[in-house]
Design a protein around this ligand. Structure first.
Ligand code: ADP
Length: 716
C-alpha cells in the first residue's frame, strides 16, 4: 500500500513535472520563435547597415580622392610659385613647404615636415647659407626668432651666400599657424643699385654742369667787367659820334651777355631740381622794400615811380624762404622796369585771408608799360618764350625769368597769373600761403602823438598819395593833399598842418619853392621829405630845417617812425639800415676801402672813380681789407665777394665784429649770378650789392646813397 501510494505519488510528481516541462518547452518554443523573428529583424538591419557602410566607405573613398586631388593641385600650385612658401603650426613645426622654399636646404635631409622654424634658422646660420653681417650664428638666430614674437612681424631682407637676396615675410594665421613667404629680390635689388648708381652719376653730371656753368659764368663775367667797364670809360674820352656808338654797343652787348648768363645759370639750377626751400622767419615788408631799393636806381634813371603798398594788417613776421620770394620779386619788378617807359610800378601786398597755419598773401606787381597781347599771355611762363613783337626786340632777355619765377611759386605751393592790356600795362600777381611766425615780439603800436593830427601830402603821384592818405586816415589823421604850390597855399591858409610830407619829384612845382612857402607861412609845420636823390636835395634839407628825409620807395613803417619822433629832434636823413646821423660839413675827403683780387677789375674801379674827390685804398684780398679797415677806419667799403685767402663774406664778418665796423656801409661787388647770393650777402652783413660788370652810374649812385651825409657827390 505504501508502495502503491509511493507509486501514485511518484506518478503525480512525474505528471506535474511533465506538465511543467511541457509548459516550459512551450514557453521556450515561443521564445525561440520570437528570437528567430528578432534575429530576422537584426539581420535585415545589418544588411541595411552594410549597404550604408559600403555607401559611406565609397563616399569616403571619393572624399579621400578629392582631398588627395586638392592637395596635389595645391602642392603643384605652390610648387610652381617662384617665391618660397611654407606653413608652420602653432608650435612652429613645418607642415608643408614648396620646392622654392626647400631648394635652399636640398642638402639637408632633416629639413622636411616636422622640423622646427628655429632649427631651420640654425641650419641657415651654422651652415653659412646666409650672410650674417657682424653677428655670430647664435646672435643671428636669436635676432631672427625675436622677430617672430613681435606683435607685427616685419619683413626682412636676407642675403644668401649664393648671391641670392630674398625678402622674408612671416605672418601669423588666426588659428595660430605661421605662413612664411620668401620673395626673390635679387634682380630688383640689382636694378635699384643700378638706378641709384645712374642717379648718382646723373646728379654728379648735373652738379658738374652747374659747377661748370657757375665757373664759366664767373670766368665770363670777370673779363666782361673789364670789357664793359673799359668801354664805359672810353665813352668819357674824346670820341666822335661813330666811335661813341661803337663803345655804347660794346657796353650794351656786354651787359646783355651777362644777363643771359645769369638766367641760364638760374634755370639750370632749377632744372636740376636743386632749389631746396629753406623757410625762416622773415619780414615781408622789408624784403619787398629791399628788392625795390636795389632796383630803384634803374627805375630812377627811367623816371619811373616805384611804389609800395603794404597791407598794414599783415603781421610783421612770416615764415618762408625769403631768398626765393626776393628772387620772384626781383624778376617781376625787374621785368616791369624793363618794359615800362613812363609811369609807375606799384607793388602791392595784401592779406586775402587766413589758412590753418598763417596768412594767404597776394603780391601784385603792376606797371604802366607796354603790356602783353591776350594771345601771348598764356605762353610767357614757358621756357625761352618771349613775345615776338618788333617793339619788344629792343628789350634784352632770355625768356627764362618768368619760367623760373613760376617754378619757384609753384614749388612754394602758390600760383602766379598775369593780367595785361597792350599799351596800358601789366599786372603780375602771385599768391602764397605764408605761415605765421610764432614767438616773435608783438608789433609796435601804430599810434601817432597828439602833435600829429593833421598832415599835408604834397605829391604828384595820385597812387602813392592815396596809399599814404589811407594809412594816415586809419590813425585818425586829418589828411590834406596837394600837387602844386597853389593848393599848398590854399591848405596852409586855412589851418597849418602838423606835418607836410613832400615828394621831391614834383613835376608842376619845385619842391624847394614849396618848402620855402611852408617855412615862411607855417614855421611850426614839420617837413618830411620823400626823396629819390638824396645828394641833390641835401643842401635844402638843412636850409629848410627838414624834420626827416626818407628815401623812396617809402616804407610805411619808416614814415610812421618819422612822424612818431619828438618835435625837437635834430634833422635826420636816412642811413643804411635805418640809422640816422646829424649832418655836419665834411672836413676831409671821403675814405673808400675797396677789396678786389682781380687786376682788371681794380683798374676799372679806380678809373671810374678817378674824377671824384675821394681817398681810395685798395686791398687785394679779404684779409688785407680787414687790416686796412682797422687801420684807416674808412667811411664806406666796397667788397668783392670771391677773393683768395679770405672771401668778402668772411671779411665783412670780421669788420662787423669791430666797434667801427658795426655801422660802416659795406657794398658787395659780385660776379656770382644767382639771386640767392643776394640774400646770402645781406645775411653776411652787407648793406647792398653791385653786380659786375660795374656801371659807373651805379657805382656813383651807391656812393651817393651810402656815404655819410656830410659828403656830397654830383649827379652824373
Ligand atoms: P625775359 O624778360 O628774360 O625775356 P621773362 O620770362 O622774364 O624773360 O619774360 C618773358 C616775356 O614776357 C618777356 O620777354 C616779355 O615779352 C614778357 N613780359 C614779362 N613781363 C612783362 C611786363 N611787365 N610787361 C610786358 N611784357 C612782359
Amino acid at each position: 500500500m505504501r508502495a502503491e501510494r509511493l507509486y501514485e505519488q511518484a506518478q503525480h510528481d512525474l505528471r506535474a513535472m511533465n506538465d511543467h516541462l511541457r509548459a516550459h518547452a512551450f514557453e521556450l518554443s515561443g521564445q525561440v520563435i520570437a528570437q528567430r523573428k528578432e534575429l530576422g529583424e537584426i539581420k535585415r538591419h545589418a544588411d541595411k547597415l552594410e549597404d550604408v557602410n559600403s555607401q559611406v566607405s565609397q563616399d569616403l573613398q571619393l572624399a579621400h580622392f578629392e582631398i588627395d586631388r586638392a592637395n596635389l593641385r595645391l602642392r603643384e600650385a605652390i610648387d610652381t610659385l617662384q617665391d618660397g612658401f611654407a606653413l608652420f603650426d602653432a608650435e612652429q613645426a613645418l607642415i608643408l613647404a614648396n620646392k622654392a622654399y626647400l631648394s635652399v636646404f636640398h642638402n639637408f635631409s632633416e629639413v622636411r615636415p616636422g622640423i622646427r622654424y628655429a632649427r631651420l634658422l640654425e641650419v641657415c646660420a651654422h651652415e653659412k647659407l646666409v650672410e650674417l653681417g657682424d653677428l655670430s650664428p647664435d646672435e643671428w638666430v636669436f635676432k631672427m626668432l625675436g622677430r617672430l614674437y613681435q606683435p607685427q612681424i616685419q619683413p626682412i631682407e636676407l642675403h644668401f651666400t649664393t648671391g641670392v637676396s630674398v625678402r622674408l615675410t612671416d605672418r601669423r594665421v588666426a588659428n595660430g599657424d605661421y605662413v612664411s613667404l620668401v620673395s626673390n629680390i635679387t634682380d630688383s635689388l640689382r636694378y635699384q643699385a643700378e638706378l641709384r648708381d645712374a642717379q648718382t652719376r646723373a646728379e654728379a653730371a648735373v652738379q658738374a654742369k652747374s659747377a661748370f656753368l657757375a665757373n664759366m659764368s664767373h670766368e665770363i663775367r670777370t673779363p666782361m667787367n673789364g670789357v664793359v667797364g673799359m668801354a664805359e670809360l672810353l665813352t668819357e674820352t674824346a670820341l666822335d659820334d661813330e666811335q661813341r656808338g661803337y663803345a655804347q654797343t660794346i657796353i650794351s652787348s656786354g651787359q646783355a651777355l651777362v644777363s643771359i648768363i645769369n638766367d641760364i645759370l638760374d634755370f639750370s639750377k632749377m632744372d636740376a631740381g636743386k632749389v631746396p626751400l629753406n623757410p625762416t622767419v622773415f619780414d615781408l615788408e622789408k624784403t619787398i622794400h629791399e628788392v625795390l631799393s636795389l632796383l630803384a636806381p634803374t627805375a630812377r634813371n627811367k623816371h619811373i615811380e616805384l611804389i609800395l603798398d603794404y597791407d598794414i594788417f599783415l603781421p610783421a613776421h612770416l615764415m618762408a624762404d625769403y631768398g626765393r620770394i626776393r628772387q620772384i620779386l626781383t624778376n617781376l619788378v625787374g621785368n616791369a622796369i624793363k618794359l615800362t617807359e613812363t609811369g609807375y610800378i606799384l607793388v602791392r601786398a595784401v592779406g586775402i585771408g587766413t589758412s590753418g597755419t598763417g596768412h594767404i598773401v597776394t603780391i601784385t606787381v603792376e606797371d604802366t608799360g607796354i603790356g602783353i597781347d591776350p594771345e601771348d599771355q598764356g605762353r610767357i611762363f614757358t621756357e625761352f618764350s618771349q613775345v615776338e613783337q618788333t617793339a619788344r626786340r629792343r628789350y634784352e632777355g632770355t625768356g627764362l625769368g618768368l619760367a623760373i619765377t613760376q617754378r619757384i611759386v609753384t614749388q612754394m605751393g602758390g600760383n602766379i597769373w598775369v593780367d595785361s592790356e597792350p599799351g596800358v600795362g601789366s599786372c603780375f600777381g602771385f599768391t602764397l600761403d605764408l605761415a605765421t611766425a610764432h614767438d616773435m615780439p608783438a608789433p609796435e603800436a601804430q599810434e601817432l602823438p597828439q602833435d600829429c593830427r593833421s598832415v599835408l601830402l604834397v605829391s604828384d603821384h595820385l597812387i602813392s598819395r592815396d596809399i599814404l592818405a589811407r594809412h594816415l586816415k586809419t590813425l585818425s589823421v586829418n589828411v590834406m593833399s596837394a600837387t602844386r604850390k597853389d593848393t599848398v597855399r590854399r591848405h596852409i591858409a586855412t589851418s597849418p598842418p602838423d606835418f607836410a610830407i613832400i615828394d621831391q619829384d614834383l613835376t608842376e612845382s619845385d619842391p624847394r619853392v614849396v618848402m620855402d612857402k611852408l617855412v615862411e607861412r607855417c614855421p611850426a609845420t614839420r617837413i618830411v621829405l620823400l626823396c629819390s636823390n638824396l645828394s641833390e636835395i641835401k643842401p635844402d634839407i638843412e636850409r629848410h630845417k627838414v624834420f626827416a628825409a626818407l628815401r623812396k620807395p617809402v616804407i610805411w613803417r619808416d614814415l610812421l617812425a618819422a612822424l612818431q619822433k619828438p618835435a625837437t629832434r635834430s634833422i635826420s636823413v636816412p642811413e643804411p639800415k635805418g640809422q640816422e646821423r646829424v649832418i655836419r660839413p665834411a672836413m676831409r675827403k671821403l675814405r673808400v676801402l675797396y677789396a678786389e683780387d682781380n687786376k682788371v677789375n681794380r683798374l676799372v674801379f679806380t678809373k671810374m672813380l678817378k674824377n671824384m674827390d675821394i681817398e681810395l685804398h685798395i686791398a687785394e684780398n679779404g684779409r688785407i681789407a680787414v687790416e686796412l679797415f682797422n687801420r684807416l677806419a674808412p667811411d664806406i667799403v666796397f667788397m668783392d665777394v670771391s677773393m683768395p685767402e679770405m672771401d668778402g663774406r668772411e671779411a665783412t664778418h670780421h669788420i662787423r665784429a669791430t666797434p667801427a665796423g658795426k655801422t660802416v656801409p659795406i657794398i658787395a661787388l659780385t660776379a656770382h649770378a644767382l639771386q640767392e647770393e643776394i640774400a646770402h650777402m645781406l645775411e653776411a652783413g652787407m648793406n647792398a650789392m653791385l653786380s659786375k660788370p660795374l656801371k659807373k652810374s651805379e657805382l656813383t649812385a651807391a656812393l651817393r646813397d651810402h656815404a655819410p651825409p656830410e659828403f656830397t657827390f654830383p649827379e652824373d
